[in-house]
Design a protein around this ligand. Structure first.
Ligand SMILES: [Zn+2]
Length: 79
């Protein structure tokens, strides 16, 4: 056998969701996918780029007004 073994990076196996995204982008992890807390839409690619793009496109206008404690409270309420 001379086939090149497929090397999988350990990073691929790691959970990509980061808790800080909750406060930053109003998302929550639901069984391996990321769901937007505001519109309940699932973000299929769990990468920060996609999460941020969703938030910025859909919600930043309204939710950027919430900062600090108010933002945290909103996240808790939406969950
Ligand atoms: Zn959304």
């Amino acid at each position: 056998m001379s086939s090149i073994s497929r090397k999988r990076k350990l990073a691929d196996e790691k959970k990509v969701f980061q808790v800080k995204w909750e406060d930053l982008y109003f998302v929550n992890e639901v069984s391996d996918t990321i769901q937007c807390l505001i519109c309940k839409q699932t973000i299929s690619v769990p990468k920060v780029y996609n999460v941020r793009r969703h938030y910025e496109t859909m919600h930043s206008e309204k939710y950027d007004a919430y900062t600090g404690k108010i933002r945290e409270d909103n996240v808790i309420q939406l969950k």
